[in-house]
Design a protein around this ligand. Sequence first.
Ligand SMILES: NC(=O)c1ccc[n+]([C@@H]2O[C@H](COP(=O)([O-])OP(=O)(O)OC[C@H]3O[C@@H](n4cnc5c(N)ncnc54)[C@H](OP(=O)(O)O)[C@@H]3O)[C@@H](O)[C@H]2O)c1
Length: 325
Amino acid sequence: MKAAVIEAQGGIENITYRDWDDPAPGPDDVVVRVGACGLNHLDIFVRRGMPGFPVPMPFISGGDIAGTIDSLGADVQGWNVGDRVTLNPQTDHGMIGEELIGGLAELVRVPAANLVTLPDHVPFETAAAIPINYGTAHRMLFARGRLEAGETMLVLGASGGVGLASVQFGKMVGARVIAAAGSDEKCARLAELGADHVVNYQDEDFSRAAWLLTGKTGCDVIVNFTGGETWAPSLRAARRGGRVLTCGATAGHDPQTDLRFIWVRELDVLGSNSYSQEDVASSVAHVAEGRLAPVVSHTFPLERLGEAERLMEERGFFGKIVLFP
Ligand SMILES: NC(=O)c1ccc[n+]([C@@H]2O[C@H](COP(=O)([O-])OP(=O)(O)OC[C@H]3O[C@@H](n4cnc5c(N)ncnc54)[C@H](OP(=O)(O)O)[C@@H]3O)[C@@H](O)[C@H]2O)c1
């Protein structure tokens, strides 16, 4: 098969498009013929290298996979060759695309237990935007963050994968959403997609804006996977008793903080990691039944993965970037 291979950790120049041995299914696995694979910031971290998470090289990243079943392991039941599927990339043996060979390729081996049926009317392109972004947001907002109708939620990085999923889930359950992003164009799209208020944090202090938009009471829930310099101002934007949710740190994992806000306002800082089969399956159902509509701003053929990753690094996209093998 052909694959986009990370030959060694480092820059985009380390990605090559080349032949790679076809995977064969283990007894409980299937091999999926990839119809589309969504890009995540994780793919950039896997290529650059993450302290404490060595990835064996050469490697194929890509965890957001949609396609058809190409072959079945001997013990697999309930699935057939040709079935349309997407999947939960978090397996019992590690994460597909981070610890196990991923889907930025023509074929990928996955455990049958991780498959989710994809209805005929959901295109692969749309499905490849669901598992990681919506699965992560689903767990973070509901299992960890206990977000409810009528609450006010501030989302930073609202134009990216997890960010847009958080905005859409927030609106779906009847929360008031303040979406913060890095350009007027991104803010305009977020408003079109239903955000109640938008803040361009390149021009405006998002913390002050959120404080004023809530009548100087603060937000019930803050979603911050950016970290870095955004962390302390996020705490300042929360109300007394508010919840500050984090699932990542795109701009730095050891930010300066301000403990005064945590104790004076009795904030709950809640971490969220990964997602379950149920988080992915219910996200797929919400899309299939029309309650959520993922946004794909750019698509590329797989051989142009480097260009796609550069676009993500430069923050020139909205929602999701999807690759086609
Ligand atoms: N723990 C988990 O299970 C889990 C799962 C999924 C993702 N994550 C983490 O969540 C974060 C977001 O992932 P994603 O795939 O949604 O990323 P993404 O699609 O690239 O979105 C990140 C957004 O953050 C904003 N941003 C602010 N500062 C940035 C910076 N210094 N560099 C890049 N973007 C910056 C950008 O929007 P603007 O240009 O509008 O500012 C960008 O669109 C990552 O840190 C990822 O590792 C964690």
